[in-house]
Design a protein around this ligand. Structure first.
Ligand code: AMP
Length: 363
């Protein structure tokens, strides 16, 4: 199978009417503020949405046009691709787009211009590749255990894919690891192949900050756009139970993201924040040319040594950007009021069109 080449995409872009560009995305994840931001920057907007899921989009009146499909994965169907191209569409990839369209299809079959680097999406989805990106420039990450028999402290056990933390657990010994793996299997939360691929890492005790960056390749600068912390089920419910009762009940914690809180970090940590953002940009440039482009996110825990420790990245817009649809404290400092991540993307595309550099920021 041939992967979608840049030349192919440039050919399509050459035929586009640059005064009539449409910003397109799939109706899920961060599409509300992606399309709102696109509208604010003067673009036409289209939402591709699964039938039955359109209510919030229509109630917020978020798109100029809706393409309703039977199932989200139909976004890669040829007739939908043709429709998008006929509208001069640039597609903004987000977590649900990647999950529903599929990495292979995005790399090989989806021949519509995408904002950012389509190749890097595989790197964030695969834990080993993701780790390479972080290790390349010595970004501080949790210690990894290759064999559960080596567990010598509290560890966090994770499973493949972006499943919102479902089935993740904490253990402190090999015995506890085995016991909990069996428990997760009996609940149907993981299967044998998940168990074989269990990822075990040091449990970092601290506070959660998900840092949202935007790399402008037009300005060659990494911007800090906002931060959120996660609101996770059922762990955030369990911690409301007094600790003596926690021991008495048989609930096992899970880390399924159900929402996000906006947050700011103590100011003295921002030097580290910019440093790790610049480092990730550098390693992405080295390992997955053309590297990062547009939004990316580092999910971190700040421990009581005030170290910012990165346990996960998103190489595209992250769901936590929904916590600043009207701008964040940090986007305010750089851009003034009302700059969401969606709007920042649209601003970048607008600037690239004005400068005749659209080809630089799409793949
Ligand atoms: P993830 O699916 O990797 O985003 O993890 C889900 C949640 O698990 C995070 O939001 C954190 O609350 C928690 N978490 C992940 N990795 C660690 C770690 N190494 N130490 C402590 N908590 C973690």
């Amino acid at each position: 199978m041939n992967s979608v080449g840049k030349d192919e995409i440039i050919n399509i872009l050459d035929k586009y009417d640059k005064d009539e560009i449409t910003i397109a995305t799939l109706g899920s994840h961060t599409s509300l503020h992606i399309l709102k931001g696109a509208k604010e920057e003067g673009f036409k907007t289209v939402l591709i949405c699964e039938k039955g899921r359109e209510t919030p989009y229509k109630r917020f009146n978020i798109a100029d046009e809706y393409i309703l499909i039977d199932k989200f994965s139909d976004i890669v169907n040829l007739d939908i691709q043709e429709k998008l191209k006929s509208m001069n569409s640039i597609v903004i990839p987000h977590g649900s787009f990647v999950a529903y369209a599929g990495l292979d299809e995005i790399e090989n079959d989806f021949i519509v211009p995408i904002y950012g680097n389509r190749k890097i999406l595989r790197w964030e989805a695969d834990r080993d590749l993701e780790r390479k990106l972080l290790v390349e420039e010595n970004i501080r990450i949790p210690k990894k255990y290759h064999d559960p028999k080596d567990i010598d402290r509290s560890v966090m056990v994770k499973f493949p894919g972006a499943r919102g933390g479902r089935g993740y657990f904490v253990a402190s010994s090999f015995d506890e690891f085995n016991h909990k793996i069996n428990d997760m299997k009996s609940r149907g939360w993981i299967d044998d192949s998940d168990a074989e691929q269990a990822h075990i890492e040091e449990y970092v005790a601290g506070c959660n900050y998900c840092i949202h960056y935007f790399y402008s390749s037009i300005n060659n600068e990494v911007e800090l756009m906002g931060m959120d912390s996660r609101y996770e089920s059922n762990i955030d419910g369990i911690v409301r139970i007094p600790s003596k009762d926690q021991l008495d009940i048989s609930l096992n914690p899970s880390y399924l993201i159900t929402g996000n809180h906006p947050v700011v970090m103590r100011e003295s940590l921002l030097t580290q924040v910019f440093n790790i953002g610049d480092k990730l940009l550098k390693s992405a440039n080295k390992l997955v040319a053309p590297g990062l482009n547009g939004p990316f996110c580092m999910q971190t825990i700040v421990n009581d040594d005030l170290e910012v420790i990165v346990f996960e990245i998103s190489a595209r817009i992250d769901g936590g950007t929904n916590s600043f649809m009207n701008g964040s404290s940090y986007s305010y400092l750089k851009h003034g009021p009302g700059m969401s991540m969606g709007r920042r993307i649209a601003l970048e595309i607008k600037t690239a069109i004005k400068k005749g550099e659209l080809y630089k920021i799409i793949t």
